[in-house]
Design a protein around this ligand. Structure first.
Ligand SMILES: C[S@@+](CC[C@H](N)C(=O)[O-])C[C@H]1O[C@@H](n2cnc3c(N)ncnc32)[C@H](O)[C@@H]1O
Length: 337
């Protein structure tokens, strides 16, 4: 799940929600196909919704590795998994999922399932002090990791106008990228922009005047762009996907040459499921998972991206832009030992 603020045509300004509902839960379970004794790497533990569900299916003998940049969410996820599946082994990794492959290899762990449910959680969106929502006044922060080096205020108040404009164009797909950046630079001369409400009203003063009535809040794209930049979301996703490709290539090479398998953080036959919420992410997921298939290292578990059905859409508006893609690593599965 995510607020994600995706710039899709059907996006409506999000209403506050206090209860976390994981997206596509049945589809995640069906396509990752968990079995007893397996190891799950949940790259984005969040509030533990998906992990708790899958943890019950890897018993007896299974392991759930939880990773999150947000220490508060990591603790919540751990508690939820412990409650749902008290006998499951839990490994909690605070940090960026881009580092999870290396950390698993160092710990001598290998995953049978990898899940990444991108974006941010309801707990983060609902907490005004995180500065993620244009619906709540708060400091212009947006960091998933509260100890991260750069806040949204840092970017808005210090980036040169041209860089700010490119950020809005590339990560927000904001049609008025030049005008918004120009206005932000003008406004910050009067004093640093430090709150979500001031940022939202500046953006609305530029974007709100264009086009006809829209169901999309004019601040949506700017908030998304800044959040993606603050958390280096595209870079982290790229690193994770490249690590999957590299691991699959190692599994394939060691099976082909009959060399002793080097320790790899993925098991042959592992299933990789990525849930994305906007076209920038989905494009990258589609491209890298597609490369895995064309290189003969994996196969699609579902030919099309999996989306929420009418029942889920009716109860969980966050699911409306979710796309799940799943591949299975076939490299190394025919190794003779
Ligand atoms: C949409 S929520 C996950 C919700 C979870 N699937 C559930 O069912 O509760 C996304 C989570 O991923 C975390 N996150 C986002 N980017 C991350 C990254 N690069 N590395 C680790 N965690 C990340 C966020 O802090 C947030 O807690």
């Amino acid at each position: 799940m995510t607020d994600g603020s995706p710039p899709t045509s059907d996006h409506v300004a999000h209403a506050p929600q206090s209860r976390h509902v994981p997206v596509l839960p049945a589809e995640v379970e069906r396509h990752l196909a968990p079995r007893a004794g397996q190891t799950l790497l949940d790259c984005t533990a969040g509030l533990g919704g998906h992990s708790a569900l899958l943890a019950t299916k890897v018993l007896p003998g299974g392991t759930v590795i939880l990773s999150d940049l947000d220490p508060g969410n990591l603790a919540r996820a751990r508690a939820r998994v412990e409650t749902a599946a008290p006998d499951v082994q839990i490994v909690a990794l605070r940090g960026n999922f881009a580092d999870a492959p290396r950390r698993l290899a160092e710990l001598g762990l290998a995953a049978d399932m990898v899940l990444a449910d991108l974006g941010f959680s309801s707990s983060q969106m609902d907490d005004a002090s995180r500065g993620l929502s244009f619906m709540r006044d708060g400091p212009l922060d947006m960091r998933f990791d509260p100890s991260g080096p750069t806040t949204a205020a840092d970017l808005v108040n210090t980036l040169p106008q041209e860089e700010l404009a490119e950020l809005l164009r590339d990560f927000g797909e904001e049609p008025g990228w030049r005008a918004v950046a120009q206005k932000l630079v003008e406004e910050r001369r009067a004093g640093p922009i430090t709150s979500t409400s001031r940022l939202a009203s500046i953006v609305r003063s530029v974007v709100g005047s264009r086009g006809g009535p829209s169901r999309i809040d004019p601040a949506t794209r700017t908030f998304q762009a800044l959040r993606i930049a603050v958390n280096d979301e595209m870079g982290s996703l790229r690193s994770l996907l490249e690590a999957v490709l590299r691991a699959a290539a190692i599994l394939e090479r060691s099976a082909r040459t009959d060399a002793p398998a080097s320790p790899v953080w993925l098991r042959p036959g592992a299933r990789i499921g990525i849930i994305s919420f906007h076209s920038l992410e989905d494009r990258q997921v589609k491209q890298t998972l597609g490369e895995l298939v064309t290189r003969g290292l994996g196969k699609e578990v579902s030919r099309r991206p999996i989306e929420a059905g009418p029942e889920e859409l009716a109860v969980n508006p966050r699911s409306r832009s979710a796309k799940l893609r799943v591949v299975e690593i076939t490299a190394g599965t025919n190794r003779v030992v």
